[in-house]
Design a protein around this ligand. Structure first.
Ligand code: DX5
Ligand code: ZN
Length: 226
């Protein structure tokens, strides 16, 4: 992965057909997705359950771009190696997920993956300050993690501005996760974000049989964000 700050759209397969992930990923990539965002939930750190490393390994051969694995789990450390072996390019852990986030980020990099740090809406930008040299991406949650289709929390935008300033020249992406659509995308890219996760706003109206709406939806987000 080479670093750049161009806008990247990362469809969240949380909004795809769970019975058909391989074909959904191929369809959304053919329609212009830059990365594929994979939401792992444990029913403990967040009030929902999704899937684990075996599912990530199963979908890996269908991903030609970047496999961006968002771990909404606690503890994180016992599972890092398994997600790295499953082929994750980026593994993101939450700062709120445990007492030793510094160790977790070191372990992610040691596994060979890029390290992401996610901040819940209630967590200030300062939580990332001591960790800026250990991360390749900061994921600003603009909804409370656990579910797709929630409304964007506008008070999180100020945090993006602060993080962009803190990051300076470091090669650290800012990812936005939750409620991204053509109305909210330009607000966060103006504040300094470059990776836009979108579930409902990408997958709505389309299917594997009729994938053109995926392309239309991503073009609408991209042109609004430009
Ligand atoms: C929420 C997940 C998101 C979610 C976004 O916990 O981390 O990635 O799928 O879904 P939308 O785009 O529908 O808000
Ligand atoms: Zn996510």
């Amino acid at each position: 992965m080479t670093f750049d700050r161009s806008v990247k759209i990362a469809p969240s397969i949380l909004a795809a057909d769970f019975a058909n992930f391989g074909a959904e990923i191929e369809a959304v990539e053919a329609q212009g997705a830059d990365w594929i965002h994979v939401d792992v939930m444990d029913g403990h750190f967040v009030p929902n359950l999704t899937f684990g490393p075996a599912m990530c390994a199963a979908i890996r051969p269908h991903i030609k771009t970047v496999m961006d694995v968002h771990l909404m789990i606690s503890p994180v450390d016992p599972y890092i190696e398994a997600f790295a072996k499953a082929g994750a390019d980026i593994i993101t852990a939450h700062v709120e997920a445990g007492p030793h986030i510094h160790r977790t980020l070191q372990a992610i990099r040691a596994s060979g993956a890029k390290a992401g740090l996610a901040l819940n809406p209630g967590t200030p930008a300062e939580a990332a300050a001591p960790l800026l040299d250990l991360v390749d991406m900061i994921c600003v949650m603009t909804v409370n993690p656990g579910f797709g289709g929630q409304s964007f929390i506008h008070s999180c935008v100020q945090k993006v501005t602060e993080l962009r300033e803190m990051i300076g020249d470091r090669e650290v992406h800012i990812e936005i996760d939750g409620g991204v659509d053509p109305r909210t995308a330009p607000i966060v890219t103006a504040a300094g974000a470059d990776v836009l996760v979108a579930g409902s706003a990408v997958f709505k109206g389309g299917s594997v049989q009729n994938p053109a709406p995926y392309g239309d939806n991503m073009r609408a987000i991209r042109s609004a964000a430009a």
